[in-house]
Design a protein around this ligand. Structure first.
Ligand code: AGP
Length: 607
């Protein structure tokens, strides 16, 4: 989804803005632009298509200003075009604005401004913002007050960077339900939609809450609440190193992130888990509170939700708490049965997913306690929730989530064991065996990565296919869902995942000669059942790939790929790895852009 960068300092802003925008490319975009304050006012350059197109416009080289804003646009209101690209001026070219999010009442605001004589040059919702600020500036004659008044009129979501030609040494930023971070440097400050884009410039960040304003100068950042009272904000140091946001010799971020999984899991386990006990540095929950709850909700979107599914049964069987897993975009509109006896866990890599944040706010309003599980430090969800725990997977840049998923599954399992330990609902011996097995996962993930050659070969056989099916029982069904999602996202092959037992109830009608069916078989108690479902598709001519850690008769399948054995509860962490590799190599074989698949954005910050 759209990306924002900003710079105010002593260096030329243009190269810094272009560098930041390039690092935000992975979010997905179809046009880009920058604006700087020059001696003779605000200058703006924008172009359709790639940042390289923008950077090759002659005019961009005339920008000398040391304060500027930049944007990559992912078209929502109005097609990708120069006119619709950001930044946008007001009619008098006193203000320039970039905006992420959606202004829901822009029709009404546009009409109001048109009636006052304003002209609009784009189809965007954004263009009302600079003109509204300009409208209030006529009476307020103050940059911040005018921005605040304009924001009061806006309905919807926004992260805004605003320049004013009358304030050449200031930039104002504000947000509402859309991500934005401020990086602090020495005599310079940076803005971005997310941390990795400016990580090479600073490691010190401020995070704005909804409707907080920041007025940036070169040396200072002043923060204000929605009533324009001055407030103090804590600064947070981010440990991620710059290399973790680079490709580091890999062809694509996705491949790098797949290979980072053993280490990401190791970091997520960190010091929380030993064979003796589980403890979180910055999070604890009392036995009394846990005993008081009668329901757990796990709420998330996409891959994060697939991670949630894998622990439903573990929370129920080890902690004896009834657990529901729900899609955030459904949860938020269904009046869920949630009250003070419910603990709601919200999982999000980015911590900025609009539906997940809205679901969290709803749960809170119904009296439930909320726990955020995020990867991005300081992200919105972590600030909204009552409790917060982090996966320590490091920056995930590729749109297709890989290391975040395995880290989420691991952390959710640690959490379940932690609750079980506090509640004493699982025998000590069983818990300690599970802990031991969790600690083995980084090493086993390394072994699972060794399936790469076989997977690459299988990908070279099936990459031209148009449909594929994934089957599994128990937790393997959730791995099937996640494997199928990965394949769709980056290879554009139509795929479906089914609980293997459901096959006979309809989907088997789709199986025809030579169609690829992938079976995941990791639970010793369910091997025979799934094998017999796979036989049913073989009989109908399917080409079968089996991912397993069980002893099965290989001869009946087209290809069997073995992964390390583990406790069935943790198998999703290992069985997804060959499926991630499969999607990756199919996408490569098709010559697609693995990291930036069509129509997708890394973090879905609008509904
Ligand atoms: C994963 O491959 C997807 N790109 C997508 O489903 C993602 O997991 C989902 O949008 C949720 O994102 P979040 O974890 O940042 O909230």
């Amino acid at each position: 989804m759209c990306g924002i960068v900003g710079y105010i300092g002593t260096k030329k802003a243009k190269p810094i803005l272009i560098n930041g925008l390039l690092r935000l490319e992975y979010r997905g975009y179809d046009s880009a632009g920058i604006a700087t304050i020059e001696k003779d006012g605000i200058k703006l350059v924008k172009e359709k298509g790639r940042i390289a197109n923008l950077n090759s416009i002659d005019e961009i080289n005339t920008l000398e200003g040391t304060i500027g804003i930049g944007h990559t646009r992912w078209a929502t209101h109005g097609k990708p075009s120069v006119e619709n690209s950001h930044p946008h001026y007001d009619n008098s070219k006193t203000f320039a604005v970039v905006h992420n999010g959606i202004i829901e009442n822009y029709h009404e605001l546009r009409k109001f401004l048109e009636d006052k004589g304003y002209t609009f040059y784009s189809d965007t919702d954004t263009e009302v913002i600079p003109n509204l600020i300009s409208y209030y500036y006529k009476t307020e004659k103050d940059f911040l007050k005018s921005v605040k008044k304009a924001c009061d009129d806006l309905k919807g979501s926004f992260a805004l960077e605003i320049l004013c030609k009358d304030y050449p040494d200031n930039m104002i930023v504000v947000r509402q339900d859309s991500p934005l971070v401020i990086g602090k440097g020495l005599n310079e400050n940076y803005i971005s939609s997310d941390i990795p884009a400016i990580l090479s410039f600073t490691k010190d960040f401020y995070f704005l809450n909804d409707r907080e304003f920041a007025v940036l100068s070169r040396k200072n950042i002043d923060f204000y609440d929605n009533d324009l009272n001055k407030i103090e904000k804590p600064i947070k140091s981010i440990e991620w190193n710059t290399a973790s946001a680079e490709k580091d010799g890999y062809d694509d971020f996705m491949l790098k992130e797949i290979y980072e999984q053993p280490n990401a899991i190791r970091e997520t386990i960190g010091s929380k888990l030993s064979e003796d006990e589980i403890s979180f540095n910055d999070f604890s929950i009392s036995k009394e509170y846990l005993q008081s709850i009668n329901k757990l909700y796990i709420v998330a979107c996409g891959t994060a939700m697939n991670a949630g599914y894998t622990v439903k049964n573990t929370f129920e069987s080890l902690c004896k708490i009834s657990t529901e897993v729900e899609i955030a975009s459904e949860f938020r509109y269904k009046d869920p049965l949630v009250d003070e006896k419910t603990l709601c866990i919200f999982i999000s890599q980015s911590g900025e997913t609009a539906d997940t944040i809205a679901a969290l706010k709803l749960a809170k309003s119904k009296g439930a306690k909320t726990l955020a599980m995020a990867n991005v430090i300081g992200s919105s969800i972590t600030r909204e929730a009552d409790y917060c725990i982090y996966t320590h997977a490091g920056p995930e840049i590729a749109v297709a989530s890989t290391k975040a998923y395995t880290s989420q599954v691991v952390l959710l399992n640690i959490l379940a064991l932690y609750f079980a330990e506090i509640l004493k609902t699982t025998p000590k011996k069983e818990l300690s065996e599970l802990k031991k097995e969790l600690l083995e996962l980084p090493k086993k993930a390394e072994l699972a990565l060794r399936t790469v050659a076989e997977i690459k070969n299988f990908a070279s056989i099936v990459y031209k296919e148009t449909d594929m099916f994934f089957l599994g029982r128990g937790l393997d069904y959730y791995t099937a869902l996640e494997g199928s999602l990965k394949l769709k996202e980056i290879s554009y092959i139509h795929s479906e995942a089914y609980a293997a037992g459901e096959l006979k109830h309809g989907p088997i009608a789709l199986i025809e000669n030579d169609v690829t069916v992938i079976g995941i078989i990791t639970n010793p108690l369910l091997v025979e059942k799934t094998v017999s479902n796979m036989q049913e598709v073989i009989t109908r001519g399917a080409k079968t790939l089996v991912i397993t850690n069980q002893n099965i008769d290989n001869s009946q399948f087209f290809k069997v790929i073995n992964i390390p054995e583990t406790n069935p509860r943790f198998a999703p962490v290992l069985s997804i790895i060959p499926l991630q590799l499969l999607s990756y190599y199919i996408s490569k074989a098709k010559g697609l852009d693995v990291d930036k698949p069509r129509n997708l954005a890394k973090s879905v910050t609008v509904e």
